[in-house]
Unconditional design. Structure first.
Length: 278
């Protein structure tokens, strides 16, 4: 894929976009690659003026944008073209401009697929039912025995369960107050909520002991070890933290943006520097 010479702008769009690490991850990479691209945060509140954002993404100097909470379903809905994965999940975290159209992809989904879809999972607990949870569910299509979905918004959880059922995955929803009990029954727990964003956030299941062999996957990253991952560490469980997810989804962007093979190594170095400085 190639872009006009004046297309140099990439964004991350979200309600707290300026707090993400993506600009710090990508800008040193673009500098090393010498392609003159820049990556900037674009804070758009939950009830923001989305038509203005849509119009802005069609500007001639825009390459595309990552999209984070709470706009991933909006990104899928407004795209002119969608990958099969986006169409199925109803969520996109990457919009790429091609002429006067936006093409939607979901690299969250690709990241989860690459990390977790090599084997089947008897019982998956999905914490959250937004765009990240949708991506995880579709990434594991055909690899889930049963799924339990919990979200503070019960209607959203029921919508995600309908998607699971439509893909042939049986499951249930539970009230968020029952997370601890549900966690003890899971072989894979995926935290697709913002819980862990703050150092004082405990694991969603509190001090509950999980079943030996449970795998914990966390979308959240921070300067601290999240409560979710600390619980996994304390219990000797295998896990994948938000930093690993950040790298995996960034690597999935490389072919979509038409970047060279050396980009992956530069991303790894950039992430290493970020973590050393935190």
């Amino acid at each position: 894929m190639s872009y006009e010479d004046n297309a140099t702008q990439l964004f991350i769009i979200g309600s707290h976009a300026s707090h993400t690490m993506s600009p710090d991850l990508w800008n040193p990479v673009f500098e090393k690659l010498g392609n003159h691209w820049t990556y900037q945060p674009w804070d758009v509140p939950a009830q923001g003026e989305m038509q203005e954002v849509h119009n802005g993404l069609l500007a001639a100097d825009v390459v595309g944008a990552n999209v984070t909470m709470p706009h991933k379903q909006w990104a899928a809905a407004i795209a002119d073209e969608r990958s099969e994965q986006v169409s199925l999940s109803g969520a996109a975290n990457l919009l790429i401009r091609q002429d006067d159209q936006l093409h939607a992809y979901n690299t969250d989904l690709i990241a989860v697929e690459n990390r977790l879809a090599a084997k089947s999972h008897d019982h998956v607990l999905l914490l959250g039912a937004g765009g990240a949870a949708r991506a995880a569910l579709v990434a594991l299509k055909g690899r889930i025995g049963t799924v339990t979905i919990t979200d503070r918004n019960q209607d959203v959880a029921e919508e995600l369960l309908s998607l699971a059922n439509g893909m042939g995955t049986r499951g249930r929803t539970v009230d968020f107050s029952h997370v601890a009990e549900a966690a003890t029954q899971a072989s894979l727990i995926i935290n697709a909520t913002p819980i862990g964003k703050y150092p004082e956030d405990p694991a969603p299941w509190g001090k509950t002991r999980l079943t030996p062999g449970t795998f914990v996957y966390d979308f959240v990253y921070g300067e601290h070890v999240t409560g979710t991952i600390q619980s996994a560490i304390d219990q000797g469980l295998e896990y994948s933290d938000g930093w690993e997810h950040l790298l995996l989804q960034a690597e999935a962007m490389i072919p979509l943006l038409g970047l060279g093979e050396q980009t992956a190594a530069q991303l790894q170095l950039s992430l290493k520097r970020i973590r050393e400085n935190n």
